[in-house]
Design a protein. Structure first.
Length: 295
């Protein structure tokens, strides 16, 4: 079993760290919220007073932080995390951030003799709790081989996308497509409901037809159609609208940098921005169905 530092115990990080504890690893945790730390220590994890304290002596250091600025600050700020990580440790950042920042931090780590990979996840809070996340990793082959057994304690689909930053690019491509699928599925279901169809029956028809997609299969946005989906629980996340909006912003920044055409992604971002401005940021992203219903 490995010695692991886990920093950032939010909606995703907390369940991920819990699965590492359940797997028998020696896990030291740090978060700014004491209640999040207590949940893990009650399970058998050790708490640390600072992120640097958590990282000292760990074979693997995992971070799950909100945004690019937090990752850069935690790792590269004065007295940052890289100063505490040992040369034999491998650093894994599971945050969803822009690829440029991922590469910048990984380069700084390399200068200190520390191996770092980006490994953002897909699967939402339910996937984090169930240990069924998908990891999209960016880093060298040897490091990926070493972290794979650790990631398998938290996920079931572990992908190596390429070098540093590639995991972040894969993640934003995936989530941009997911947003387009969710908007399109919601639009089709609303059209059917507005014309007298039962959304559950319509979903069954589309699942057996060419409109079949992931949102219809496991994350139906219409209330009452799929038990366990956020839509059937007042759109409690899940994956919040504000997080989808953040990821779409990253996708648009990446598209501008590479000169890529993303008209559907841009439209989805505008719709989610409007939905967010109406006070729906904390609702699951599938609540875009309700936004369309209100138009």
């Amino acid at each position: 079993m490995a010695t692991i530092a886990f920093i950032g115990l939010g909606n995703m990080g907390g369940p991920m760290a819990a699965n590492l504890v359940r797997a028998g690893h020696q896990v030291t945790v740090f978060d700014l919220m004491p209640v999040a730390v207590k949940t893990l220590t009650d399970m058998g994890a050790t708490s640390a007073a600072t992120a640097n304290e958590a990282a000292r002596g760990a074979a693997f250091v995992i971070t799950m932080l909100p945004a690019s600025r937090h990752v850069e600050s935690v790792y590269l700020g004065e007295g940052g995390l890289l100063a505490a990580v040992g040369p034999e440790a491998i650093v894994i950042d599971c945050s969803t951030i822009d690829a440029a920042t991922a590469r910048k931090v990984a380069s700084a780590a390399k200068e200190k003799g520390v191996v770092m990979l980006d490994a953002p996840v897909s699967g939402g809070v339910a996937g984090a709790a169930a240990g069924t996340l998908s990891f999209m990793c960016g880093g060298d082959d040897a490091a990926f081989a070493k972290i794979r057994p650790i990631l398998e304690n938290m996920g079931k689909n572990i992908f190596h996308a390429g070098g540093n930053g590639a995991g972040q690019v894969a993640k934003i491509c995936n989530n941009m497509l997911l947003s387009v699928l969710m908007v399109g599925t919601s639009e089709a279901l609303r059209l059917g409901v507005d014309n007298g169809l039962d959304p559950k029956r319509l979903s069954e028809i589309m699942l057996a037809s060419s409109g079949r997609n992931w949102t219809l299969e496991v994350y139906n946005p219409a209330p009452g159609v799929m038990e366990g989906a956020p839509a059937s629980n007042d759109y409690k996340p899940g994956f919040m609208t504000e997080l989808m909006l953040k990821d779409l912003g990253l996708a648009m920044e990446t598209a501008v940098a590479s000169g890529s055409a993303t008209p559907m992604g841009a439209l989805a971002r505008n719709l989610y921005a409007s939905h967010f401005r109406r006070g729906n940021g904390k609702l699951d992203f599938s609540s875009i169905y309700q936004y369309l219903a209100d138009q």
